[in-house]
Design a protein around this ligand. Structure first.
Ligand code: AMP
Length: 514
């Protein structure tokens, strides 16, 4: 079934209901949205000559046009390739080339960057909002192209905290199962319920469009097209019953923002994509009330590995409330999740191992990358590269990416555990813990800290909360931590920075001794 059918149906059943908003305004209804999409789809197939299965890249900032394009691509039986608008022109050029997209829609400003990196196979670069683009909306409406569950809908290029991005193949079935899982287990959506798209539509927030169209919710793009806490608070007032997806750094900024916010108007803030520390979750609960939900997923199984519900997060009087807050919740009904040892055998309950996942929301593979596909899906399970353990009640605690695990003196140290402790200090704004290669111990724990605090206070805090061997042996104070375009902390860069500092120190020491 083609995902775009949900839009057609909403257009028939709720033609006058609001579908798309910009800032505080309703921009168009479901009837208008469905019509725009069918016409734009007509241009994609007719004027641009694309055939079912062809890829179309979107390198655009958040805007209502993005929603038209996404649905027109599906309606026409094509495959969307959304790419983060904050990427460098060369990186966008790589995705364009790798996906084999013949047409690329780009926001004004990005078009010029891409133009200088256009690969051979890409035929057309169209600036969103240009005169030519507007003409595409005037074509005759196209009948929806039938699609099977296995047909591709979205090539989801991974955020790539290391190496080249890979295109996770998301089919119509994957996105359909994901949408049902979301509506059933994360946030029930009634017709007219708004979702604010403050995170990039090319990634986290774009996935949320699909269940909201399924249930005839309103997709609202902030006027600024991005995330600004002042504007978000304003939109919470303008759009009662709003939900939004926010990365933990965004949640933190909302919590710290002094602006006026009446949380009773808010439906749900869903966080995911990176860990949220318990102390930060509690602060968010204090500010917004029991209106938070967590999702753990990855591009390869979008929004669908585990979830910690609003009820569980808000249940302060539950005896295990704090312990649960430190977890990513329990598996979604649509997937099977297991913890595996190094030989891919099921690890005993409670033991830490790699998190594996299988089910209808898992991608069938990476686009044009059979080696990476075979490695990621070996034995029929998605190997997430994340480490975790199930507790007796089936809650999954996420440890770290396997490559971030620190092994010091033969003991495993999970950076997140140390980071949780450091964040208890009120002056610590952000922290990231890494392993520094060490001749004696193999690796030594090093903490990067943003905040006005000294190392001795942090050391005392660690002594009070965790085993001595897990304490950082060195603290490095920075003004900010390096992050990728999605706000994820780049531990690879911290390791490189740490190595650089070590080289400088040994250079200095060599000079001194000379
Ligand atoms: P991406 O494919 O860019 O969405 O990144 C997925 C990765 O983000 C996962 O493999 C995890 O390492 C991390 N992640 C996603 N959700 C969570 C969460 N709720 N808590 C901690 N880490 C998360």
């Amino acid at each position: 079934m083609n995902l775009a059918l949900w839009l057609l149906r909403a257009g028939q059943s709720f033609p006058d209901a609001p579908a798309v908003g910009r800032g505080e305004r309703i921009l168009y209804s479901y009837g208008q949205f469905a019509e725009r999409v069918a016409r734009l789809a007509g241009s994609l197939r007719g004027r641009l000559g694309l055939a079912p299965g062809d890829r179309v890249m979107l390198a655009a900032k958040n805007s209502p046009d993005y929603l038209d394009l996404l649905y027109a691509i599906w309606h026409a039986g094509l495959v969307a390739v959304p790419a983060n608008a904050k990427l460098h022109g060369a990186e966008l050029g790589y995705i364009l080339d790798h996906s084999g997209a013949r047409v690329c829609f780009a926001s004004e400003g990005l078009d010029a960057q891409i133009a200088s990196h256009m690969p051979k196979g890409a035929e057309q670069l169209i600036t969103v909002g240009s005169h030519y683009y507007r003409q595409l909306l005037a074509a005759d409406a196209l009948a929806i192209e039938p699609r099977a569950g296995d047909d591709l809908a979205w090539l989801f290029y991974t955020s790539g905290t290391t190496g080249r991005p890979k295109g996770a193949m998301l089919t119509h079935r994957v996105l359909s199962v994901m949408s049902h899982a979301y509506a059933a287990e994360v946030d029930a959506i009634a017709p007219g319920d708004p979702i604010l798209h403050a995170a990039p539509l090319s990634h986290g927030s774009g996935l949320y469009v699909v269940p909201h169209v399924m249930r005839a919710g309103v997709n609202v793009v902030p006027e600024s097209g991005a995330f600004a806490p002042d504007e978000i608070f304003h939109l919470f007032r303008a759009w009662p019953r709003s939900s939004m997806f926010a990365a933990p750094t965004m949640v933190k900024r909302l919590v710290d923002h002094p602006g006026d916010c009446d949380p009773s108007k808010l439906r749900t803030i869903v966080w995911g994509g990176a860990p949220m520390y318990v102390e930060d979750t509690i602060k968010a609960l204090d500010r917004f009330g029991p209106r938070l939900a967590q999702i753990y997923g990855q591009g390869e199984s979008p929004m669908t590995i585990t979830t910690l519900s609003r009820a569980e997060i808000g249940e302060r009087d539950h005896p295990r409330w704090r312990e649960r807050l430190a977890t990513a919740g329990r598996p979604f009904a649509c997937v099977d999740v297991m913890i595996a040892d190094a030989q891919d055998r099921a690890a005993p309950r409670g033991e830490v191992g790699e998190i594996l996942c299988r089910g209808d929301s898992v991608m069938p593979g990476y686009w044009r990358n059979p080696d990476a596909t075979a490695a990621a899906l070996r034995g029929g399970w998605l190997h997430t590269g994340d480490l975790g353990a199930f507790d007796a009640e089936g809650y999954l605690s996420l440890k770290d990416r396997s490559k971030d695990l620190i092994i010091s003196g033969g003991s495993n140290i999970y950076p997140r555990e140390v980071e949780e402790v450091l964040l208890k200090h009120p002056a610590v704004r952000e922290t990231a813990v890494i392993g520094r290669p060490d001749r004696e111990w193999g690796e030594m724990v090093v903490a990067f800290v943003v905040g006005d605090v000294d190392a001795s206070a942090l050391d005392a805090l660690c002594l009070a909360h965790i085993a001595r061997f897990k304490r950082p042996k060195d603290y490095v104070f920075l003004d900010a931590l390096p992050k990728n375009n999605y706000g994820k902390i780049l531990k690879t860069e911290l390791r490189a920075l740490d190595a650089e500092r070590a080289r400088e120190r040994s250079g200095g020491a060599a000079k001194k001794s000379a």
